[in-house]
Write a protein that binds this ligand. Sequence first.
Ligand SMILES: C[S@@+](CC[C@H](N)C(=O)[O-])C[C@H]1O[C@@H](n2cnc3c(N)ncnc32)[C@H](O)[C@@H]1O
Length: 256
Amino acid sequence: MSPAESRRASRGWWDADADAYQAEHGSFLGDVDFVWCPEGLREADAHLLGEVAGRRVLEIGCGAASCSRWLHKEGASVVAADLSAGMLRHARTGNTRSGVEVPLLQSDASALPFAEGVFDIVCTAFGAVPFVADSARVMREVHRVLRPGGRWAFSITHPMRWVFLDDPGEGGLVAVHSYFDRRAYVEEDERHVPTYVEQHRTLGDRIRELVGAGFVLTDLIEPEWPNGHEATWGQWSPLRGRIFPGTAIFIATKPA
Ligand SMILES: C[S@@+](CC[C@H](N)C(=O)[O-])C[C@H]1O[C@@H](n2cnc3c(N)ncnc32)[C@H](O)[C@@H]1O
């Protein structure tokens, strides 16, 4: 799977799936809210980005851009970027509906159209990183556009989830895939053209990509499934969430 094939599949998938994704997750994510993960951890409580007021922030893989609108409301100067025009259409609707207007940009996280050192913070909640074949390149791009001392924070599905089936019930508690198998998960159409691609890296791979790009890893958050959170969707459920982590949030700094 080349980076170009992976990108083509992602763009097509997220364009086609944008309405369904927002219908399923829109109310959980809100219009002006920064939710890091299905466990419901909010930036308002976790402060993983540090002080955001007055900071220049880039959100990559923004989807409907609710995180960017929250950041704007908190006083940041934000750009919300995504590969998919379908997802950005929802971002525009969210801007209009909420009255909180953030600038939207269609761009691939592997090739950010910005000069060096122009952002204080780059972030994403489940955007871009899991869908890019050359995620080391994303790390280098983020490093390039951050100023020295800047922060990069991204959440992804926890790498250990790769070994389990996408089943919120008992079936999702049995290990069936090798954690060490880095081949992408690929869905194809009838002509064997990839239509959905998700990439797996181990925890060690992710750390090496960050360090290789020049970052210092300062924290790795594995949010616990909170009591009373009874939502079940896709592979997510209280049953699984109480036993093993579903999300990993990496916090890294570009050395000053
Ligand atoms: C699971 S959604 C997350 C969206 C949003 N951050 C949220 O929390 O709802 C993944 C997003 O990553 C975007 N994406 C996938 N590949 C990308 C790439 N190469 N560059 C930028 N965005 C990408 C998709 O278009 C989609 O909007």
